[in-house]
Design a protein around this ligand. Structure first.
Ligand SMILES: CC(=O)SCCNC(=O)CCNC(=O)[C@H](O)C(C)(C)COP(=O)(O)OP(=O)(O)OC[C@H]1O[C@@H](n2cnc3c(N)ncnc32)[C@H](O)[C@@H]1OP(=O)(O)O
Ligand SMILES: CC(C)C(=O)C(=O)O
Ligand SMILES: [Mg+2]
Length: 505
């Protein structure tokens, strides 16, 4: 069994912009407990009164997971950390001191002897207060391994029950890390019943790979954070590590206590609390991690999910994968989407719709359900009988009402009208209302750019109400007045498909 030590609330909070207040930390800690993490590092209690309060309150709130506070080899840090975690059902003190030459020389200005002495003194002091002691050799992966073994032996002798070998600056590679762990296991006196922990940073994008390699070499605890947040490039992402172990159980043969179905909840909650968005291609929890856009993949997944999915989305708490329609999609996916939206189509109809779908997907990054409905309305529900834009002219100048002249075709009839309003789109809608003679209430109106650059295509989305029902209309054009008129027509054609208003006749 691999213990999962979550440091989202300590190292994770060291990410710029990821500070959390007390309530947010408690909410997150409760979710971490539901997720089944073995240890929650709640903070660095002596670093500020706010951190002390969070560690203290969290210790009172959490019942199943161990609650840890970080502390330097400083008496006051240890006293304050213990005062905060002493309320926990299972408290832990996490003491650290750097062991690399570079940190000892420039940062701590201590000799190896002084470091050994401090470790002995402060781990013993921590042990006099708390049974569960973790000792971390900061910057372990850039430390001399023989010295590292001596430091760990002293920490174990002084009462440490977990020793941590952090890759503080994300420098090590997987094989080298495995080698350090093996050498520490072989060369440290008293290490037999001690948990060996690893704590990786992602500066070279190797945090998860290094943690997995460490497990193969004998590590029994992995330190990680939800969504991989943490100092600089972040820490080992909990969801990636846990799902790698679960998905490749055949290879690693190790389990964790993580309730993987709670992963999405944890990830979403953290993103919501910190305001830090998850990139779409982030493994496991990114929006695209279980999305399929290309026709060949979609066809495979629709026939048998495992053709292109190595994990079941349900296993991380996602309802299902997503088939995203776009320019690379094929007919199988389009048919599946039509069925999902409640349309049964013949193969002839599908062929016809597919042509329209490809035309649209060349214009749009993503084809949404509403786009498919709009294609259906036009192509299959006899909206050839609806209004079709023939021409338009807009006259607008500052401070005066605008006028828009619209010419439409309905069946074989050409209708032309003038409308006026505050701006050319308002005037166009006035004109279309005259043409259709419908009692239409405009409820929503928005314009988006669907492509980039000076000649960007604008998409107008409107919602109109007619006889108590709401209809959505969309139009796309590089001219926003035209996209507005097309949106209006597409909405109107849904309830007025065919009938020319009597006023117009
Ligand atoms: C790798 C890691 O993630 S370690 C954890 C990093 N997290 C943090 O630093 C967040 C919280 N930190 C803080 O709020 C502050 O740094 C505090 C309150 C802890 C200390 O603040 P200050 O007293 O102003 O010290 P400052 O941060 O400027 O410098 C760090 C001091 O700790 C010393 N120090 C660093 N690590 C250790 C250690 N493990 N044990 C003992 N002393 C240490 C440094 O030598 C330096 O000492 P000096 O002030 O005598 O020169
Ligand atoms: C305090 C230690 C474990 C740490 O965060 C690191 O070395 O990266
Ligand atoms: Mg760290």
């Amino acid at each position: 069994m691999i213990k999962i030590f979550d440091t989202t609330l300590r190292d994770g909070e060291q990410s710029p912009g990821c500070s959390m207040n007390l309530n947010e930390k408690i909410q997150m800690a409760r979710q971490l407990e539901r997720l089944g993490v073995d240890i929650i590092e709640a903070g660095f209690a002596s670093s500020s009164p706010g951190d002390f309060k969070s560690v203290e309150e969290l210790s009172k709130a959490i019942k199943n997971s161990t609650v840890a506070s970080l502390a330097r080899c400083v008496k006051n840090d240890i006293d304050v950390a213990y005062d905060a975690v002493k309320f926990a059902a299972k408290p832990r003190l996490h003491i650290f001191l750097a062991t690399s030459e570079i940190h000892m020389k420039y940062k701590l200005q201590m000799s190896e002897e002084e470091v050994l002495e401090k470790v002995k003194k402060y781990v013993s002091y921590a042990k006099s207060k708390c049974d569960d002691i973790e000792f971390s050799a900061e910057d372990a992966t850039r430390s001399d391994v023989e010295f590292l073994c001596k430091v760990f032996a002293v920490a174990i002798e002084a009462g440490a029950t977990t020793i941590n070998i952090p890759d503080t600056v994300g420098y090590i590679t997987p094989n080298e890390y495995a080698d350090i762990i093996k050498r520490v296991k072989e060369g440290t006196k008293g290490i037999e019943n001690i948990d060996i922990s690893v704590h990786c940073h992602n500066d070279l994008g190797l945090a998860v790979a290094n943690s997995l390699s460490a497990i193969e070499a004998g590590a029994t605890q992995v330190e990680c954070t939800v969504n991989g947040i943490g100092e600089r490039a972040g820490n080992t992402a909990l969801e990636e590590l846990v799902m790698a172990l679960k998905t490749r159980r055949d290879y690693y043969k190790k389990d964790t206590n993580i309730v993987t179905e709670e992963i999405m909840n944890a990830s979403n909650l953290l993103a919501q609390i910190t305001g830090v968005k998850i990139s779409p291609n982030k493994p496991i929890v990114g929006k695209n991690a279980f999305a399929h856009e290309s026709g060949i993949h979609q066809h495979g997944v629709l026939k048998e999910r495992t053709t292109y999915e190595i994990m079941d989305p349900k296993s991380i708490g996602l309802n299902k994968n997503s088939i995203v329609l776009g320019k690379h999609s094929g007919k199988h996916a389009l048919k599946d989407k039509l069925n999902e939206l409640g349309y049964e189509v013949t193969s002839d109809e599908l062929e016809k719709l597919f042509i329209k779908f490809k035309e649209l997907s060349d214009l749009k990054k993503t084809v949404f359900d509403e786009d498919i409905r709009a294609i259906m309305v036009r192509e299959l529900q006899n909206v050839e009988d609806g209004y079709e834009l023939v021409d338009y002219n807009a006259f607008t100048s500052d401070g005066k009402d605008s006028k828009t002249v619209i010419k439409v075709k309905k069946k074989d009839e050409i209708i032309e009208m003038v409308g006026s309003g505050k701006g050319p789109i308002d005037a166009a809608f006035d004109c279309m209302a005259k043409i259709t003679g419908s009692e239409i209430k405009l409820k929503e109106f928005s314009i988006y750019s669907v492509t980039q650059g000076k000649d960007a295509l604008g998409e107008t989305i409107i919602k109109v109400e007619n006889n108590g029902r709401t209809y959505a209309g969309k139009g796309i054009s590089s001219d926003i007045i035209k996209s507005g008129i097309l949106a209006y027509i597409s909405a109107v054609n849904q309830f007025n498909g065919g009938e020319v208003s009597e006023d117009v006749i």
